[in-house]
Write a protein that binds this ligand. Sequence first.
Ligand code: ADP
Length: 188
Amino acid sequence: MRLILFGPPGAGKGTQANIIADKYKTAHISTGDMLRAAVSNGAELGVLAKSYMDKGELVPDDVIIGIINDRIKEEDAQNGFMLDGFPRTIAQANALDEMLSGASQSIDAVVSIEVRDEVIVERILERQKIEGRDDDKEDVVRNRLNVYRNQTEPLKSFYAEKSILNEIHGMGTVDEVFGRIDEVLSNL
Ligand code: ADP
């Protein structure tokens, strides 16, 4: 199973991704987590990425595409994977298509978790108190949301045209949201 988990910041993608990875035994590939690891290692990539992440801007496409291209070739991704936080632009989506078609593969489903903006800002500010992520400050969160609505959300029509888009209501408990996702995945 090859899956894309989609949705605005704070929609609960990371939480749901962990539950899905557990049940479906699929590799969880989170570009945000990979970039944060590079930042904390002090890797060159991390220094570059941090300058974008701290403002809530996207890291340049060529950088992210390179990371994903390497990552999906790894052993644990051979029987399927779940992308969390990628693709975020049309250029990234096109690059992903090319990588996969080169290996005669394709995406089986896109699951888009839908949550309203006011709820997102509230949730992320709560998370800031617990996790203290540098990009969870209110002005940065609002910018991440703008970037999502302008650059990333248009990808929904890209995947709707391929008839693989599944929109999931993202309000309610973690279990309720997972139940809705599971219904989609178990029918694939
Ligand atoms: P969230 O979905 O909560 O905004 P992520 O952890 O997915 O957070 O991403 C955090 C930041 O990492 C983004 O704001 C962006 O700067 C960078 N990033 C992650 N994935 C990508 C991507 N596919 N393309 C460009 N930048 C990315």
